[in-house]
Design a protein around this ligand. Structure first.
Ligand SMILES: Cc1ncc(COP(=O)(O)O)c(C=O)c1O
Length: 481
C-alpha cells in the first residue's frame, strides 16, 4: 500500500497530517488495483461541534422562525467555489453532494455568475403573458441537443418532428405538469376513464399532492393522505409479463419512472424492463414519463440516462430540473410533438417558470455541459471514480453489498446494515468530505460534473478511512448487523 510513512505514523496515533488541520488535504492518489484501504484520514479534522458562537446563536434564532422540516448538522456555508464549500468558521469541505445533484458546473462558477449579473441588470421577470429572449432558445437547445445526443425517441434524421418544452420552477412542478399532460392526453385519446397513473417501488418524484401520490414511500405519503386517486404501484425491474399487463391497462394514461433512481437508493432501471414497459405503454396508449430530474443532463455520462436506450425504451415525456441553471431554480417538461398537440392555451401555466433570468442561465449551462470536450473529460473522470469505488466492496466485504450502483457521476455505495449510510456520511463530514445518503441502504456520490480525478482520489481515500473506522468499531460483524 502506498500510504506515505508520515501520514501512516500520524494516523496510527489518531492524529491528522498537518495539512488536514482544517483545510482540505492535498489529494492522495491511490492505485486502482490496490485493495489496502487508505487510512490517512482517520482523524477528525472538521468536528461538527466546533461551531463558532455567532453561528450557534444565528442557528438558534433561525430555528425560532423556520418550520422544522430538515434535520441538519450545525453547519452554515458562507462561500463556495468549484467543489469547495467554506463554512462560517473558515473550514473547507470537499462537496460530493453538489447541492443534491444541482451545481453541475461547481459552486459560484464565473460564467454562470456573469450571465446572472448581466441578465439581472437587463430584466429578470416580466411574466409569461409576454415573450422573452431566452425561454424559446433554451427550449430549442434542449430539443436539438436531445436530437443530437439521443433521447425522447428523437432521431437525427427526424426533420421537423421533435419535441416541445414547458418551463417550471422545480422538479416537483415539472412532474406535476407531466402527470397533468398524461391525464389530458389520456382523456383525449381514450375517454374520461383513461386516468390511471403508474409508478414504481422506491421512486421519488416530489412532494406536491400529484408528485407525492406517485412517490410510494409511507414516510412521505401517510401524513398527507388521502392522495390523488387512480395510482398503482409496480415493482421496479419486475420482468413478469402478466403482472405488467394488469399493472398498465387500457385505463392507464401515464407511467412515471426514473431511469436511475436518486433518492430511492441509486438503483438503475434495467433497459430490457424499460423496453417491455415502453411496449406495453404504446399498446394501451399510455404516456411514458421519464423523471430525469436527478440523473439527467449529463450526470449519468450521457445527456439523458436513456440517451442510448433502444427505441422501445424511449419515453414520451422527460422531466428535468436540478442542474439546468446550476442552482438557480428551474424545471422543465419536454414532450414529444404528439403530446404537445393536446396541450392548448390555458391548459397549464406558471408565474415564474421560463422567466428570462432562469432561462438565460439555463442556455449558458446547457451550452457548457453539451460541449464535446466537457463530455469527454467527464467520461474520463467518471470511469476513474468507478475504478476507485469498485474496489470498496472487495476491501470491506463485511460492510458493503457487492453491487456498485449508478452510472457516470451518480454513484451509490450499498451497505449491508441500514444504519451504515448515515454513519459514513457523518464520519466523512467530520473529515471534510460531504456525501449524501440514498434510500434505505446507500451512500450517494453526486459531485459537480467538473470534479477532477484528484478530488475523486481524495473523497474515496476519506471514504476508505471512514469505512476502516467502522470496520474496527465492529460494523459488519454478525452481532452488529
Ligand atoms: C428524481 C427526482 N424527481 C423529483 C424531485 C423533486 O425535485 P424538486 O426538489 O426540485 O422539487 C427530485 C428531488 O430530489 C428527484 O430527485
Amino acid at each position: 500500500m502506498s500510504l506515505a510513512p508520515r501520514a501512516a505514523r500520524l494516523a496510527s496515533r489518531g492524529l491528522a497530517p498537518k495539512a488536514l488541520s482544517h483545510r482540505l488535504a492535498r489529494p492522495y492518489a491511490s492505485a486502482v488495483t490496490d485493495l489496502t484501504p487508505n487510512i490517512s484520514y482517520k482523524a477528525v479534522t472538521h468536528p461538527d461541534s466546533a461551531v463558532p458562537e455567532a453561528t450557534k446563536s444565528l442557528i438558534q434564532s433561525q430555528t425560532h422562525y423556520l418550520l422544522n422540516t430538515y434535520a441538519r448538522p450545525p453547519l452554515l456555508f458562507t462561500h463556495g467555489k468549484g467543489l469547495k464549500l467554506t463554512d462560517s468558521s473558515g473550514r473547507e469541505y470537499l462537496d460530493f453532494t453538489a447541492g443534491i445533484a444541482v451545481t453541475a458546473l461547481g459552486h459560484s462558477d464565473e460564467g454562470v455568475n456573469k450571465v446572472m449579473a448581466e441578465q439581472a441588470a437587463k430584466i429578470s421577470h416580466a411574466s409569461n403573458i409576454y415573450w422573452n429572449e431566452h425561454a424559446g432558445e433554451l427550449a430549442r437547445l434542449l430539443v436539438e441537443n436531445t436530437r443530437q445526443h439521443g433521447g425522447l425517441g428523437l432521431t437525427k434524421e427526424g426533420g421537423s418532428s421533435g419535441g416541445k418544452v414547458f418551463f417550471s420552477n422545480s422538479g416537483t412542478e415539472a412532474n406535476e405538469g407531466a402527470l397533468k399532460f398524461a391525464r389530458k392526453y389520456g382523456k383525449e385519446v381514450g375517454g374520461h376513464k383513461k386516468t390511471g397513473l403508474v409508478c414504481f417501488t422506491n421512486a421519488f418524484h416530489g412532494r406536491s399532492m400529484g408528485a407525492l401520490s406517485v412517490t410510494p414511500n409511507p414516510k412521505y405519503q401517510a401524513p398527507f393522505a388521502p392522495l390523488i386517486p387512480d395510482v398503482r404501484v409496480g415493482e421496479l425491474n419486475d420482468m413478469d409479463e402478466e403482472r405488467l399487463q394488469s399493472l398498465v391497462d387500457e385505463n392507464t394514461c401515464g407511467v412515471i419512472v426514473e431511469p436511475i433512481q436518486g433518492e430511492g437508493g441509486v438503483e438503475a432501471s434495467k433497459v430490457e424492463w424499460l423496453e417491455m414497459l415502453g411496449r406495453r405503454c404504446r399498446e394501451v396508449g399510455a404516456v411514458l414519463i421519464y423523471d430525469e430530474i436527478q440523473c439527467g443532463l449529463f450526470r449519468s455520462g450521457t445527456m439523458w440516462a436513456h440517451s442510448s436506450f433502444p427505441a422501445d425504451a424511449q419515453p414520451d415525456i422527460v422531466t428535468m430540473a436540478k442542474p439546468l441553471a446550476n442552482g438557480f431554480p428551474i424545471g422543465a417538461i419536454m414532450v414529444r410533438d404528439r403530446i404537445a398537440e393536446v396541450i392548448s392555451v390555458g391548459s397549464h401555466g406558471t408565474t415564474f417558470g421560463g422567466q428570462p433570468l432562469a432561462t438565460a442561465i439555463g442556455c449558458h449551462v446547457l451550452s457548457r455541459l453539451s460541449e464535446p470536450s466537457f463530455i469527454s473529460s467527464l467520461t474520463v473522470t467518471a470511469s476513474h471514480l468507478e475504478g476507485l469505488l469498485g474496489r470498496l466492496p472487495k476491501m470491506f466485504p463485511g460492510l458493503l453489498k457487492t453491487d456498485l450502483r449508478g452510472r457516470g457521476l451518480i454513484r451509490g455505495i450499498a451497505f449491508k446494515d441500514e444504519k451504515g449510510p448515515g454513519e459514513l456520511v457523518h464520519l466523512a463530514r467530520e473529515r471534510g468530505v460531504l456525501l449524501l445518503t440514498a434510500g434505505k441502504d446507500a451512500v450517494r456520490l453526486v459531485p459537480a460534473l467538473v470534479v477532477s480525478k484528484e478530488q475523486c482520489d481524495h473523497a474515496v481515500a476519506v471514504i476508505e478511512s471512514c469505512l476502516s473506522i467502522m470496520q474496527e468499531g465492529g460494523w459488519g460483524k454478525k452481532d452488529k448487523a
